[in-house]
Design a protein around this ligand. Sequence first.
Ligand code: NAG
Ligand code: NAG
Ligand code: NAG
Ligand code: NAG
Ligand code: NAG
Length: 579
Amino acid sequence: MKYVVVSGGVISGIGKGVLASSTGMLLKTQGLKVTSIKIDPYMNIDAGTMSPLEHGECFVLDDGGETDLDLGNYERYLNVTLTKDHNITTGKIYSHVIARERKGDYLGKTVQIVPHLTNAIQEWIERVSRIPVDDTGMEPDVCIIELGGTVGDIESAPFVEALRQFQFRVGKENFSLIHVSLVPVIHGEQKTKPTQAAIKDLRSLGLIPDMIACRCSEQLEQSVIDKIAMFCHVGPEQVVNVHDVNSTYHVPLLLLEQKMIDYLHNRLKLGDIPLTSEDKQRGEQLLIKWKSMTGNFDTSLETVKIALVGKYTHLKDSYLSVIKSLEHSSMKCRRKLDIRWVEATDLEPETQETDKVKFQEAWDKVTTSDGVLVPGGFGVRGTEGMMLAARWARENHIPFLGVCLGLQIAVIEFARDVLGLKEANSTEFLPDLAPENQLVVYMPEIDKEHMGGTMRLGLRPTYFQDDTEWSQIKQLYGNQPSVEERHRHRYEINPDLVDQLESNGLIFVGKDETNKRCEIFELKNHPYFVATQYHPEYTSKVLDPSKPFLGLVAASAGILNEVLEGELEFKSSDGKSDF
Ligand SMILES: *[C@@H]1O[C@H](CO)[C@@H](O)[C@H](O)[C@H]1NC(C)=O
Ligand SMILES: *[C@@H]1O[C@H](CO)[C@@H](O)[C@H](O)[C@H]1NC(C)=O
Ligand SMILES: *[C@@H]1O[C@H](CO)[C@@H](O)[C@H](O)[C@H]1NC(C)=O
Ligand SMILES: *[C@@H]1O[C@H](CO)[C@@H](O)[C@H](O)[C@H]1NC(C)=O
Ligand SMILES: *[C@@H]1O[C@H](CO)[C@@H](O)[C@H](O)[C@H]1NC(C)=O
């Protein structure tokens, strides 16, 4: 197993995650199997309880682990499936060591940060890096470790020390370090001092950078590269220039141009890893496919406009996976993506009274978009506005996708307007609702008293129902009998009202294994009106967009039929279809 550690200096939030996942993606193009671990130096154990206002979206894994958005980045770039153990936090590692101490595992010795905690970190890394993450079921060859925070913080000190020891544990040729640093441009001059100081800190802690990735708003001058190399005691080929690019999907190619792979190849003796010619071919194909897909980002001329009707739409991080899914889909459809952020409350009649301009602007955005998306969320605020947007899409034959809460509000809207249940609502918002108006109920099989831990979380199957050959979403999923997607919700459609809804044309084409829970609905006789109770955005991949999102973007661009007929599938240069 080879380890590539990505650490950061100067300041955080300069794209360590993108650099780490791009490096991993490049190693994959060599035919290697790549996994990744994220180290977060803070005490929280579970992101499920963390505020989306502070931390952006809560990302859900197959195993139901709730993490923050970085693991999602790896899954999307590397096309892998990670577990909750792939994220180490200070809190997790401390509670692990304390639990062992309580069990008497340390035989009454004094338990210390060094060596007990640092050993636990190293053992954790070794154990988790071996977990197979793709459908080959084999141990990965390379593990990318992203160390959160900046080197030199109190928070990350035990992890830095553990990694210092780790380089000797696994051997020099199995361990390399990429340090991400910042080169600010001040009065037109590229400044190297912060980078010099960051590398000095790093070396004083016993870590030696193999590559220094310099983030800069512009291309680095050769003299600056030479200066960094000289003052940081590395060769110029070890200084990588990561300037701002149009899209983060271009970063792997930027690194490739600068021969990062050649360097890592020598440094880590990657040639010693036995690879079959099939592996190598798969890697080559991956690179070709990546280039052709991400190349669309700059060249596509036609725009597809999607109105995203949500809450706190100014906090775009809380919809990160949704945005990524739309990006992946529009690259596949060869369209430029224009997301119009619409604050749901702005669509409500109350806003018309209080702020006419805002109301008008919000509706302008919705009515001039090619498609409407209502993503997941919690709470009652804004739901009436979401319903109005869903109604507009339904009545005007505009493509629509609802996710989680988006499904629930679309069903309530339909019940109010088509079934005439004017008081239809969700028991989440109105607990003492009359039974005939309870469209959305607390998961029926679960005792209402138990809060916390009662969410339906993680990967669960959805079965397509009989007589759904007409269904576009089923065709998008390749006409399989069932699909597995990730869930995170507490409320769902009331099974008692399903017949009434279906007889009016809102068809639940996908249900869970009990045939009770409604997972997907679709309207007949509409260009594309689909909603899912699960969160398809969590499994979208750069080269393999989430199907419900692909359907929305394709229908909005007017090319859903081409997509259903497979005409957009990637063809390699010899004309053969993809792998
Ligand atoms: C890792 O887990 C911690 C606690 O669960 C969470 O705060 C952090 O955001 C997670 N990080 C990632 C990358 O998932
Ligand atoms: C992504 O991984 C899945 C399962 O591991 C595989 O079936 C699929 O072909 C991969 N996609 C690409 C584009 O490599
Ligand atoms: C690197 O790892 C391989 C396989 O785990 C091992 O055989 C080799 O001895 C390691 N190299 C060093 C320098 O320890
Ligand atoms: C970035 O996008 C612009 C147009 O949007 C394009 O002209 C330019 O070539 C792109 N830059 C790169 C490096 O691809
Ligand atoms: C649904 O419930 C919410 C929360 O109480 C309320 O604000 C809304 O007016 C209700 N809608 C109808 C049509 O009763």
